[in-house]
Structure formats: structure tokens, C-alpha cells
Design a protein around this ligand. Structure first.
Ligand code: ADP
Length: 393
């Protein structure tokens, strides 16, 4: 069965077409700069990649163009072959605890959470609207970044603020990257063959979050009410003293919105190093003796290490630590910098095993008290698998 997995952003749309249950990727691609003058798209199929410029004023044209290309390139012989469309949706509040079949009523309920994720949810829903028109016979499924984390208990999701903020306005920890944490947890659980596995999953890419999971239930995750919380990230600050906001607004004469934008876009690795948000640039700068780049990497590693230590405590001892996403999968230096800061847990790397990129692999030494694995994530596949499951229900 062919299932397409969709991630619609405000000016982009990414897709991956899968054959399930075989888990084969048939084709993938992106539509970029939607609504701008120089919009274009790329499609990968059969080992080749095409790139075309086209007028793509809205998501509807992106989806129509994609449907036409799927037919013209003989990727499908009829659009009816695509039996399911899985949509990444960033925020489902505390209401959507699992993936859901999308109909008018559900879409309306999801849009109630737009104000929690104003940059993402409305764009995700534009993708939904376009695909409901283009593929009316396919099942449309919403897969939320927040769902997996809704198994958290109150003690872990409530902030110690006036209770009314939670009751009236929904101020609580929601958590994000749930699709990725769930995927790598399921993969490592299958591999280790342990159902009641206690894992600490570290998704560290441009954005980053750490999650403590016990027997498939999230105990706690480092992102919060928004994806700005928790770890230091590529351009995001992660947790800081909230009083800094008012102080810096007064000092710089800027609004809270402007200051929050600096916390989202000008902080993290970029803010501290002054070099880049990309850890490859940071590693190059460190190699050429840039001290602030080294400082940025050290702060980053220290934040991740401290979350691992805290979550190991919450889990009363983890069975496994997992690294995933851009940095977790590819940066041996960052893995080393993190693990060197959790020696108190008796965790050590095998430096030879760690000297690799992008493989599913155990990278800890034989005598490490907790094994450390790299597990490549695949959020697109997770979205397609949930869609497949709901189609077959
Ligand atoms: P996103 O959160 O946008 O999905 P990714 O998970 O793709 O991001 O992670 C992107 C980050 O991964 C880049 O910013 C880069 O810092 C890091 N990265 C990717 N490849 C490497 C590499 N070979 N070495 C070090 N860092 C890498």
C-alpha cells in the first residue's frame, strides 16, 4: 500500500512516498519558497533528483504540481494508488493523545491549538486542506509532535505558576519531537527485545530535546509549553531565567516579541559562538582555535549531559541512552563531549565505535553501566506507519 507522509511549513512542503508495510521509500522531495517569486521543487526517485522552478503561489498549487509529477514520472499509475496521507501537525494540545483520522470536525478542533504554535499549525493545516481536495479517496491522518508526550503525569507537566494559568489558558509542558522520540524508542525496544524498557532518548538536531521514557510512557521531556524550552539548541536559548526578558526589553528598548525572537533565532550555538548555528561550522571553528565556538559546544554538551543525569534519576536508572537527529547521529565530537560529562553515571564511550556517522550502532564501551546507542530517526516513516495503522483499523 502506498502512503505519503507530509510536512507542510509556512513556505515549504516536504513529502515522502512509502510502500508499506515493506517500509520502502519510493520517492521524496520538497516544495520550497511557496508564495515567493523564486519557488521551486525537487523530487528524488529511482536514484535521480530533479529540480524545477515553477509558480507555486499557495500549498494547493504545490500539491497539484506534486500529483501531476507523480503521474508524469510514472511514480504512480493512478492517484488512487495512494491510499493514505499522513500529516505532521505540531500541536494537538492535551486533547490529541494519539494520531487521528482527519475530518471537518477534527480539523476544527486542531485549529483551536493554532495559538499555541502560530508559526506551524496553520501551515500544517494548509497542507491538510490541499490534500483533502487532491486525494479525496485517501484516508487523511494527523500525527502530532505533542501526542507521545501526553502520557506525562501532572507532576511533570505542570509548571509551578498560578494554577489558573493552567486551567484558563492551558499553560503547561506539552513537549515536542514526540514522533521522533517514539520512533527511536520503538526501534531500540525492538532491537533489545525488552518491553518495559527505560530509555533516555536525545533528539539533538537544529532543535533539541531529551525524553525519559519508561515502558512506552513518557515520564518527562525537556521541551515545554513551546519548543523554546529545555536544551540549548542551534539558535534557541533553551531554559533561561524568565526575568531576563523584562530586563533586556528595558535595556534594549525592544518588545517582548522582539526579545523572544532573539531567544528563538539568535541564541543557542549561534548566539554564544557568534559563528553559526550549525555544529559542523562550530567544529571547524574549534579546530582553528576559536574559543567562543569551544565555549558554545561545552555549554551545549553540558546541558544535554545534565538532562541525561536528571532523567536517569527520574527513571531510577535507565536501561539505555539513545542519540538521534542531525547532531546525535552525525557528530562524534558532540557525543563524546556529552558522554564525557556523565562519568558519574559510569557511562563511557568506545571511541572507535563512536567514530562513525548515521548508523544504528552501540557506541558505548563494554563496561559502560548504561549502553549508549545511535539510532537514526525517521519521523516521515513514523507518520506513514501511524497512517497505515489507522487505514487498516
Ligand atoms: P532539524 O532539527 O532541522 O531536523 P537536523 O536533525 O537535520 O535538524 O540537524 C541538523 C544539524 O545536524 C545541523 O545543524 C548540524 O549541526 C548537525 N549535523 C549534521 N551533520 C553533521 C556532521 N556530519 N557533523 C556534525 N554535525 C552535523
Amino acid at each position: 500500500m502506498k502512503i505519503i507522509s507530509i510536512n507542510a511549513g509556512s513556505s515549504s512542503l516536504k513529502f515522502t512516498l512509502f510502500e508499506l508495510p515493506e517500509r520502502t521509500t519510493i520517492a521524496s522531495g520538497t516544495f520550497e519558497k511557496i508564495g515567493l517569486e523564486d519557488s521551486f521543487y525537487t523530487i528524488k526517485y529511482n536514484g535521480e533528483k530533479i529540480r524545477k522552478e515553477a509558480s507555486i503561489p499557495t500549498h494547493t498549487e504545490a500539491v497539484d504540481t506534486l500529483m501531476k509529477e507523480l503521474l508524469d514520472m510514472n511514480i504512480v499509475s493512478s492517484l488512487d494508488e495512494i491510499e493514505g496521507v499522513g500529516h505532521r501537525i505540531v500541536h494537538g494540545g492535551s486533547e490529541f493523545t494519539e494520531s487521528v483520522v482527519l475530518n471537518d470536525d477534527v480539523v476544527k478542533r486542531i485549529s483551536a491549538y493554532n495559538e499555541y504554535a502560530p508559526l506551524h499549525n496553520p501551515a500544517n493545516l494548509l497542507g491538510v486542506e490541499a490534500f483533502r481536495k487532491a486525494l479525496p479517496n485517501a484516508i487523511q491522518v494527523g500525527v502530532f509532535d505533542t501526542s507521545f508526550h501526553q502520557s506525562m503525569d501532572e507532576i511533570h507537566y505542570l509548571y509551578p505558576v498560578p494554577y489558573e494559568w493552567y486551567e484558563k489558558y492551558g499553560v503547561r509542558r506539552y513537549g515536542f519531537h514526540g514522533t521522533s522520540h517514539k520512533y527511536v524508542y520503538n526501534e531500540i525496544k525492538k532491537f533489545l527485545g525488552k518491553d518495559n524498557l527505560k530509555a533516555i532518548t536525545c533528539h539533538i538536531g537544529n532543535g533539541g530535546s531529551v525524553t525519559a521514557i519508561d515502558s512506552g510512557k513518557v515520564i518527562e521531556t525537556s521541551m515545554g509549553f513551546t519548543p523554546l524550552a529545555g536544551l540549548m539548541m542551534g539558535t534557541r536559548s533553551g531554559d533561561i531565567d524568565p526575568s531576563i526578558l523584562e530586563f533586556i526589553c528595558n535595556k534594549k528598548g525592544i518588545t517582548i516579541g522582539e526579545a523572544t525572537n532573539e531567544l528563538n533565532k539568535k541564541s543557542g550555538l549561534l548566539g554564544v559562538s557568534g559563528v553559526s548555528s550549525d555544529s559542523r561550522d562550530i567544529e571547524d571553528a574549534i579546530a582553528s582555535g576559536n574559543e567562543r565556538a569551544k565555549l558554545a559546544q561545552d555549554i551545549y554538551a553540558s546541558k544535554v549531559a545534565n538532562y541525561i543525569a536528571m532523567y536517569n534519576n527520574m527513571l531510577d536508572g535507565a536501561d539505555v541512552i539513545v542519540f538521534t537527529a542531525g547532531l546525535g547521529e552525525n557528530s562524534k565530537d558532540m557525543r563524546e563531549a556529552i558522554v564525557s560529562r556523565i562519568h558519574s553515571l559510569g557511562v563511557t564511550l568506545d571511541l572507535d565505535a563512536n567514530n562513525m556517522r548515521g548508523e544504528f550502532k552501540c557506541v558505548s564501551s563494554k563496561d559502560s553501566k548504561i549502553p549508549v546507542y545511535v539510532v537514526p530517526t525517521n519521523e516521515e516513516l513514523m507518520i506513514a506507519l501511524d497512517t497505515y495503522d489507522l487505514k487498516n483499523k
